[in-house]
Design a protein around this ligand. Structure first.
Ligand code: MN
Length: 335
């Protein structure tokens, strides 16, 4: 007789009467390159993933027009991320305000804009750059998300980029939103997904209540990007994330007096253990070493079989940092 429950402990110790416990996932500030500071919500020390969502950076809102250097001269504006590689994941770029220029090694050139989904599937290897152009609007606010690819497809899915300007919308009484990936209340995104998951950008009117239908097989998290939300006994505000465990039919979300906007991320718990290092995902230390070697070789060779360079980008690609002296170990989705 085996234990068929995936995480029996999670059903215990609930502070909320109609489901498993809620957890606050604290963000931490990370400086990216020279110009961008983000709040990293995933991976989190105790909970590395929510469904296949394995990386959540939230940045802004930031007024780029006020940036000046120490001489008072307007400085570099906003996002400036040179070409860098990814493996075994999808990048999901989502903006609330502003504009970012995306280029990648399969030849895509796209402007990332609010409410439009830009999703890049790395397969075994892709490279991309993300920059704020001089003509971008002055305010920048967004999220950079990664979805882990399952082992069955991670090296065989061809590197691709998809952009969706016209995503499905959902309407509730006093709440509404855009479905980025998966299905919310019967509305399904056309974006490619390789495990059962969902992502949505939802808004609840001031003082409103949303009884959000959930898929009981999914675990979820909410990331508040504007205003304040009440979920169970917790009241996450700007930049705060709350983990909502699986086995719920719905959850009651209440907006503060000013209303609330938040990302809903969820999916079937991702049981494969991952090695995540820099911009690579693998299943072993050797996977990461091979990806790093291939990228460093691609930089000096001007591209190779695994990583092509990013056409149209004016500047040098980003070299990988040195590997740690220790062996990278696969980690489970939670501790
Ligand atoms: Mn990237």
């Amino acid at each position: 007789m085996s234990d068929l429950e995936r995480d029996p402990a999670e059903t215990l110790g609930s502070g909320d009467c109609d489901g498993p416990a809620l957890e606050v996932l604290e963000g931490r500030e990370v400086v990216l390159g020279r110009t961008t500071t983000v709040r990293r919500l995933l991976p989190n020390k105790d909970r590395r993933m929510v469904g296949a969502w394995c990386f959540v950076d939230h940045y802004g809102p930031e007024d780029l027009s006020s940036r000046v250097d120490s001489y008072g001269v307007p400085g570099e504006r906003g996002m400036l991320v040179p070409p860098h590689p990814h493996t075994s994941l999808q990048t999901v770029s989502w903006l609330f305000e502003g504009e970012i220029e995306h280029r990648d090694s399969v030849g895509s050139h796209a402007m990332v804009r609010p409410g439009e989904l830009n999703i890049m599937t790395a397969g075994d290897g892709i490279a991309h750059s993300e920059v704020s152009t001089p003509t971008a609007p002055p305010r920048l606010h967004g999220a950079q998300l990664w979805v882990a690819l399952p082992d069955s497809v991670r090296t065989t899915t061809p590197p691709t980029f998809n952009a969706y300007a016209d995503l499905p919308r959902v309407e509730f009484d006093g709440a509404r939103g855009t479905v980025m990936m998966g299905t919310v209340a019967g509305a399904t995104s056309p974006a490619p997904a390789y495990t059962p998951l969902v992502g949505a950008d939802l808004t609840i009117d001031a003082g409103g209540t949303l009884d959000l239908p959930l898929e009981p097989a999914y675990e979820y998290a909410v990331l508040v990007v504007d205003g304040e939300l009440s979920v169970g006994e917790l009241t996450p505000g700007f930049g705060e994330m709350v983990y909502i465990g699986a086995r719920r039919e719905e959850i009651r979300l209440v907006a503060s007096r000013n209303g609330v906007r938040f990302l809903l991320l969820g999916g079937e718990p991702f049981e494969e253990q991952l090695v995540m290092w820099w911009n690579f995902i693998g299943r072993s230390h050797d996977d990461i070493v091979a990806a790093r070697n291939a990228w460093q070789d691609a930089i000096s060779a001007g591209g190779n079989e695994r990583f092509r360079m990013v056409p149209g980008y004016d500047g040098d690609p980003l070299p990988a940092p040195p590997l740690p002296a220790t062996t990278l170990k696969p980690r489970p989705r939670s501790r």
